[in-house]
Design a protein around this ligand. Structure first.
Ligand code: F3S
Ligand code: F3S
Ligand code: ZN
Length: 106
C-alpha cells in the first residue's frame, strides 16, 4: 500500500515533530502516521530502506529511531522539508512508495 497522496484532506494534524506536521492517526509505538507536509513520509509504510536518505541532493531526510514499530525500527524523517527542490528522486526510488512530494502543499 502506497502513501495516500490526498492525506492532507483525509487526515488531521495531530502533532508537531521537529517543526513539521504529523498527520494521524497515531498510536505509539505501533502506528506513527505521516510526517511532513510538502515532503511527506508515511512512517507506517517506510521499512527503512534508506535510499531516500542517501540520494536526496539537499539532505531533506534524517533518521529517527522508532523502536517497537512493526515495519522497521527507524524511519526517514523529512526534517528539512523546507529545503526540498522538488527533484522527485525520493518519490521515484522509495521501494515501498512511502513518500509523496507536492509543491502545492506548503
Ligand atoms: Fe529531496 Fe525528494 Fe525533495 S529527493 S529534493 S526531498 S523531492
Ligand atoms: Fe523509508 Fe522509503 Fe526512505 S522505505 S527510508 S522512505 S526510501
Ligand atoms: Zn518527523
Amino acid at each position: 500500500m502506497a502513501i495516500d497522496p490526498n492525506f492532507d484532506q483525509n487526515r488531521e494534524v495531530v502533532d508537531d515533530h521537529q517543526g513539521h506536521d504529523v498527520w494521524g492517526p497515531v498510536e505509539e509505538p505501533e502506528q506513527l502516521g505521516i510526517h511532513g507536509t510538502h515532503v511527506a513520509v508515511d512512517f507506517d509504510i517506510c521499512d527503512a530502506d534508506g535510499v531516500c536518505v542517501e540520494d536526496c541532493p539537499v539532505d531533506v531526510f534524517e533518521w529517527v529511531e522508532t523502536p517497537g514499530h512493526p515495519t522497521s525500527e527507524k524511519k526517514a524523517d523529512p526534517a528539512n522539508e523546507t529545503q526540498c527542490i522538488d527533484c522527485m528522486l525520493c518519490v521515484d526510488v522509495c521501494p515501498v512508495d512511502a513518500i509523496d512530494v507536492d509543491s502545492t502543499r506548503a
